[in-house]
Design a protein around this ligand. Structure first.
Ligand code: ZN
Length: 134
């Protein structure tokens, strides 16, 4: 094998190691049921991993769980009893809708305002899409 081929291989390996899945991880929800409320104790951590406004995530989860929610410091509280698995699957749903780019599948997106319209812009491939109202 010649040097060029070796170099090519090395580059391939490096780019694979830098793929999205490697560096992007959504923390599992830490859930605490208190009476009739479910508290997500690491809510701010999850929102910052997703790089989204906690209030936006809260609104989505409230609607998905059909449960009123509120922010209390870095925690979120929902009326009703929910399991960690329920929360995790809704958070994944949120990421699929509001974090991952539908074109290239990378999580390098951010919300922007364009002529008064909120859009999600992908930093990786440059595509834009309208943000669905929650
Ligand atoms: Zn993209």
């Amino acid at each position: 094998m010649d040097y060029e081929k070796l170099l090519e291989r090395a580059e391939e390996k490096i780019s694979k190691e830098l793929t999205t899945e490697g560096r992007f991880k959504i923390p599992d929800a830490s859930v605490l049921v208190q009476g009739n409320n479910t508290i997500v104790t690491n809510f701010s951590e999850i929102a910052s991993a997703l790089e989204r406004d906690p209030r936006h995530l809260l609104k989505f989860l409230s609607k998905q769980l059909a449960a009123p929610g509120s922010l209390e410091g870095g925690r979120a509280s929902f009326l009703g009893k929910f399991s960690e698995g329920q929360l995790d699957s809704k958070i994944k749903l949120y990421a699929g809708e509001y974090v991952f780019c539908p074109v290239c599948g990378k999580p390098d997106t951010k919300f922007i305002e364009e002529k008064g319209v909120s859009k999600m812009k992908c930093e990786a491939c440059g595509s834009k899409r309208f943000i669905k109202k929650i």
